[in-house]
Write a protein that binds this ligand. Structure first.
Ligand code: FAD
Ligand code: NAP
Length: 336
């Protein structure tokens, strides 16, 4: 295990922005990670997975630890339940495909999300009405400063909408080593009511819905709509969808009768993409930064945008939406 100096991170974040790590080490074993955290005990450490939910706005001063712990294990729990444990460095989509190819149900709606399994609990990744919390059992994580390994059960992770304890109270304290999920063998219940999944299944001529068919539909929708980061830099949805209180929603709805909205336990969710589009940002390009032409919630780097350029463009969106609708968007992407 080698500690490298002055490493360019532009190929290691999906925005493709330039940033340099003063020190950089990749690890694929717990022992190596422990040795690194001891050696750099007085420094601040940054954990990097697939780099698909991070915006670097400056160089990373201390050590960047690149998690490459691999391996997928399967344990039959009896009945229809199967426990799958994946190393934090396994690509999330590879894990989903491992399950889809074995007809294990639960993760199919989460197909084609970039990044690694270890980062998935960080923001409780979600798409098409499913979140990792729906299949999550537990994870193991190393405390960076104290060096012990702790198991976090689902109810200790405080999962919320694109939130977890690791993004909040325990931010930068633990490195997630592996995650365990529970899937269903040969399932018969599928979540296809969200977005255009049902329509896509029809278009695909699917007679019998299966784990594979839902996964294929999700992949096809995503490929038709979302920019591929290997072609154009982005980190997926830049903002979260706001949830507003019902009294405020009623006022907004009177002013904007066409506004899409989805009831939530704690109020009404309004798609941030709609708010951004109404403010004229859809497809808008300023220098090398812009809002994607089919999904304005995705901010893109057309080439040489810096992290600062992207951050200030996002601030302009926040201010404009706030001025027009009285809703303050919050960023989903982690800003460093
Ligand atoms: P990174 O970007 O490397 O890290 C993200 C954060 O997690 C950082 O703060 C990092 O320090 C921390 N971290 C990473 N690994 C660990 C670890 N092992 N232990 C502790 N901390 C860690 N997200 C969704 O929820 N739903 C989607 O549908 C979705 N679609 C996307 C589509 C595109 C095209 C893109 C580019 C992104 C999308 N995302 C989506 C966002 C992103 O893919 C996910 O949030 C993903 O889980 C990030 O994983 P990563 O390994 O790339 O994390
Ligand atoms: P979409 O289907 O065009 O829908 C627009 C928004 O409306 C979504 O953000 C979604 O909220 C909400 N929505 C749609 N149908 C809904 C329903 N039946 N009930 C409640 N809310 C509903 O969205 P999209 O951009 O193509 O994305 C599809 C899915 O992939 C979404 O779940 C989205 O979150 C996910 N995705 C996430 C990222 C990311 O980086 N986080 C990137 C791309 C796609 P939710 O976002 O809350 O689901």
């Amino acid at each position: 295990m080698e500690v490298l100096k002055n490493i360019d991170l532009s190929g290691l974040n999906t925005f493709g922005v330039k940033a340099t790590a003063q020190y950089f080490a990749a690890f694929d074993r717990l022992e190596d990670l422990k040795a690194l955290t001891k050696e750099f005990v007085d420094e601040s450490l940054f954990i990097l997975g697939g780099g698909s939910n991070i915006l670097f706005t400056k160089n990373v001063g201390d050590l960047v630890l690149h998690n490459r712990i691999g391996g997928i294990k399967e344990v039959d729990e009896g009945g229809n339940d199967v426990r799958i444990t994946a190393g934090a460095g396994v690509k999330w989509h590879d894990l989903v495909m491992y399950c889809v190819n074995r007809n294990l149900g639960g993760m199919e709606n989460l197909s084609l999300i970039p990044g690694n399994a270890g980062a998935a609990p960080m923001q409780n990744i979600g798409a098409y009405g499913v979140e990792i919390k729906d299949v999550f059992v537990e994870l193991e994580a190393l405390h960076l400063k104290e060096g012990y390994v702790r198991t976090f059960k689902k109810d200790e992770c405080n999962f919320g909408y694109r939130e977890s304890v690791f993004k909040n109270e325990l931010k930068n304290q633990f490195v997630i080593l592996n995650i365990t999920c529970r899937l269903k063998r040969s399932p018969s219940n599928f979540n296809i009511s969200y977005g255009t999944i049902e329509k896509k299944l029809e278009e695909m001529g699917v007679a019998e819905i299966s784990v594979k068919a839902v996964s294929d539909a999700v992949i096809a929708i995503r490929q038709s709509k979302l920019p591929d980061p290997s072609i154009i830099g982005n980190a997926g949805s830049f903002f979260k969808n706001p949830v507003v209180g019902l009294p405020f929603f009623s006022v907004l709805k009177m002013k904007h009768p066409d506004m899409p909205h989805y009831p939530q336990q704690d109020g009404m969710k309004i798609p941030a993409a709609w708010l951004i589009e109404q403010c004229g940002f859809k497809g808008l390009r300023r220098g090398d930064v812009g809002c994607h032409k089919t999904q304005p919630l995705v901010i893109v780097n057309y080439g040489n945008a810096t992290g600062e350029d992207i951050l200030s463009f996002s601030e302009e969106i926040i201010q404009t939406v706030c001025h027009r609708f009285g809703i303050r968007l919050t960023r989903e992407v982690n800003v460093y």
